[in-house]
Design a protein around this ligand. Structure first.
Ligand code: SF4
Length: 505
């Protein structure tokens, strides 16, 4: 075999947290599959490893799914095949389960009273124990995904009618779920009792639409009605929309990271316009961590809104000193001979002539391992920056997420083992400033439009990845399974070693 001197490596995973999934559903529309396709198109940022749509044509379920992007997979023929006036769709970023095609959603099942298609965004933290129990009782699983546990629980539920069956099935699970279930006579949408992941209701003519984010409504011309409340189940059928409270209302814990990074900036999530919240985070950074500088430079795309907020408040001009290549695929061929910062350069490059001799404030949404920040700062210095001050529009990330987000282990999170000054030295910044958890939540809360959000003023947030305080307690078995008994101290005072991080550069 000829050695080409090149190797193909994935662009993802990069040094970011990753949202796991997008869900979309519609009931009572003559072009259900096309609307779902467009909804998934708008929600592509929530999962790039696979996509699927199921439609209900009378009592007949039609399913198409593939390991591909929405734009790559669906064709006129596929959408024509997906007949029916109700539909659910899913984009997946694999973590719970494997990455094979059989683990893609919608999951389908055929019960005595008809077929069901289910899509789930979130993570069931007790899925392993539930699965073992179900397998002991004879259940046969067709996939490795946690969501399949739900299918079995719904099938076995002894409740009379759908609402009661769902209530009994969901009573057994712990964790996060925004899920949709499509039946011949209706579409159901449910959010877990703490409302970790978003789920909104829209209206398109006479049809109801459910989606992970409101940006999907904007693309298909649907009007935002309201969010599904934490612990609420909505049943949509030809009579309209009915609400059922499956769990009594208690203070919610929606994921604060949706506002920091995951959601699209043009969405309204948990009643909060995402773009405005991100600008406010940047503005607060300028107040809490001021610095003398000549230019504010965002790390595109997620650093743009906070950088604008920083620039507005500080009076320092903003310019696009880093340019992102938007046409990066999912893998690239890397030369064998090392090129400095190659991985980052595939996506980002510094603008020549702009940064020469300048004191730069570089603004990003978060630091995960620190490896990307280090390369970006080195790239800015290579382009002539005299000083580089890093500002982060969130708090230090110290713990992994178990509620539907793909995160590295605790030991790989630079802030779980290193103090700010140590991180500053590692990323080679002249100064480094993070927001505190309190400042972050205060700014975000101020943006809330309570109307229709399902989250009253008093509702808090899940901030476990910033604090290590998980809103759902873990059993001993779950703690072992999730590595929560690791012996890392929150801060290692002698942490001069970054060996556990990417040693490159
Ligand atoms: S742990 Fe972090 S990413 Fe996960 S749900 Fe909570 S805030 Fe969101």
């Amino acid at each position: 075999m000829i050695d080409t001197g090149f190797r193909s490596i994935p662009v993802f995973p990069d040094d970011r947290f990753h949202e796991e999934c997008a869900v979309f559903g519609i009931f009572g529309h003559p072009e259900a599959s096309r609307m779902t396709y467009l909804g998934l198109y708008a929600l592509q940022h929530r999962g790039q490893e696979g996509t699927g749509i199921a439609t209900m044509n009378g009592r007949h379920l039609i399913l198409r799914k593939a390991q591909a992007l929405v734009s790559e997979f669906y064709t006129e023929t596929i959408l024509d095949d997906l007949k029916g006036n109700s539909s659910v769709g899913h984009n997946r970023y694999a973590t719970a389960g494997g990455d094979s095609e059989r683990d893609l959603q919608p999951l389908t099942a055929y019960f005595s009273d008809g077929p069901m298609a289910l899509v789930h965004n979130g993570n069931l933290t007790n899925a392993v124990e539930l699965r073992k129990e179900l397998e002991r009782e004879g259940a046969l699983f067709a996939t490795d995904v946690d969501s399949e546990v739900l299918v079995h629980l719904i099938a076995r539920s002894k409740g009379s009618g759908l609402v009661e069956r769902m209530e009994i099935a969901l009573g057994a699970v712990k964790g996060s779920y925004s899920l949709l279930a499509l039946f011949p006579d209706g579409l159901i949408g449910i959010r877990d009792p703490l409302g970790f992941r978003p789920l909104s209701i829209g209206r398109l003519g006479n049809a109801y639409v459910l989606a992970s984010e409101t940006c999907a409504f904007d693309l298909i011309g649907a009007d935002f009605v309201r969010d599904v409340e934490p612990g609420e189940m909505v049943v949509i059928n030809k009579e309209g929309l009915e609400s059922h409270r499956l769990f009594s209302r208690r203070p919610g814990a929606p994921c604060v990271f949706e506002l920091v990074y995951f959601s699209r900036p043009d969405s309204r999530v948990f009643g909060i316009p995402v773009y405005l919240a991100r600008k406010k985070l940047g503005s607060r950074l300028a107040k809490d961590h001021p610095v003398e500088a000549d230019l504010v430079v965002p790390v595109p795309d997620s650093g743009v809104a906070p950088a604008l907020g920083f620039a507005e408040r500080s009076g320092i001009p903003l310019d696009m000193g880093l340019i992102r290549n938007h046409y990066v695929g999912r893998t690239f061929i890397e030369p064998k001979q090392s090129i400095r910062h190659f991985g980052v350069k595939i996506k980002l490059n510094a603008v020549p002539g702009l940064l020469e001799g300048k004191r730069i404030v570089v603004v990003d949404d978060s630091i995960v391992r620190g490896t990307t920040s280090r390369k970006i700062i080195s790239m800015l210095r290579g382009a002539g920056a005299k000083e580089v001050h890093m500002r982060i529009a969130s708090a230090p990330i110290v713990s992994p997420c178990f509620y539907g987000i793909d995160t590295p282990t605790r030991g790989e999170l630079i802030a779980s083992t290193h103090k700010n000054e140590e991180i500053r030295r590692y990323v080679k910044a002249d100064s480094l400033g993070y927001l505190s958890v309190e400042a972050m939540e205060e700014e975000i809360r101020q943006c809330r439009i309570p109307d229709g959000s399902g989250h009253p003023e008093g509702d808090g947030f899940c901030n476990a990845c910033f604090t290590g305080h998980y809103p759902i307690p873990f059993s001993t078995e779950e703690r072992i399974q999730h590595g929560l008994f690791d012996t890392l101290s929150p801060i290692n005072p002698a942490a001069d070693s970054f060996d556990h991080l990417d040693p490159e550069d």
